[in-house]
Design a protein around this ligand. Structure first.
Ligand code: DC
Length: 229
């Protein structure tokens, strides 16, 4: 069996990360959540006054990109990678609604994307990696052996996100989340740099009505086909 690169792209909150993490664990590959990297840059910008209301001090952020160090370390309790921003574990902080609502304009900045894509390509140099995001199959790893584009209806995705936040004890309104999901879809698909789109050679996976088990079985089958060819 050869080591391959697996690129999983798709809309927000369609279960990409959970799917990618589980797959990586099952097959012994490294898992990288590229969205967490954009979220970490957003958190840095919030905490360091780079946001003034809705507007972003781009010149300052550009200057400070070199001081933003993001890495992943395996959490021994959850057996999953946690995101570190300048050596601080920010795994919880990057998942709040505040970060979710501010991340799209940060991820649309060309100099932010350039820096993140370069780091992601470095992380995947040795293959044996599952990376999820928006532009992994199109920009980061255009030669990935297995590319999957995941989608589900906005209502189903909002419901999943709502359940997740509730389970963590966070205040949440379904309507606000649905609005946020739709807004992010629009910005992700219409931004000038690396808009979200299905790569020509990506397999489409609509998981609106699939169980986790069905999805996993399908994924493992696709993996075996590519890794054994
Ligand atoms: O997958 P997520 O919701 O954690 O992603 C957070 C944001 O980052 C989302 O608005 C899209 C953006 N993103 C991106 O532009 N490119 C990626 N490769 C991953 C995420």
């Amino acid at each position: 069996m050869k080591k391959i690169t697996i690129a999983i792209d798709g809309f927000s909150s369609c279960g990409k990360s959970t799917m990618a993490k589980d797959l990586a664990r099952e097959i012994g590959y490294i898992y990288i959540d590229s969205g967490a990297m954009y979220r970490a840059v957003t958190l840095y910008s919030i905490e360091n006054g780079i946001f003034e209301g809705e507007s972003i001090d781009q010149e300052r952020l550009k200057r400070e990109m070199a001081h933003i160090h993001i890495l992943f370390r395996l959490n021994p309790d959850t057996h999953r990678p946690d995101t570190y921003l300048n050596d601080k574990n920010v795994e919880q902080k990057i998942r709040t609604m505040e970060v979710s609502s501010k991340v799209s304009p940060i991820a649309a900045l060309d100099f932010v994307r350039e820096a993140m894509v370069a780091q992601q390509q470095e992380m995947g140099r040795a293959k044996g990696i599952v990376m999820d995001g928006r532009d992994i199959g199109t920009t980061v790893f255009p030669d990935a052996e297995l590319k999957i584009f995941v989608t589900a209806s906005p209502e189903i995705r909002a419901q999943r996100r709502y359940d997740e936040l509730k389970a963590k004890g966070e205040q949440a309104s379904f309507d606000d989340i649905l609005e946020n999901v739709k807004q992010r879809d629009y910005i992700d698909q219409h931004r000038a740099v690396s808009p979200l789109r299905q790569a020509d050679d990506a397999l489409l996976l609509d998981n609106s009505h699939l169980t986790i088990a069905q999805q996993k079985e399908w994924l493992m089958e696709q993996f075996r086909l590519r890794a054994n060819s």
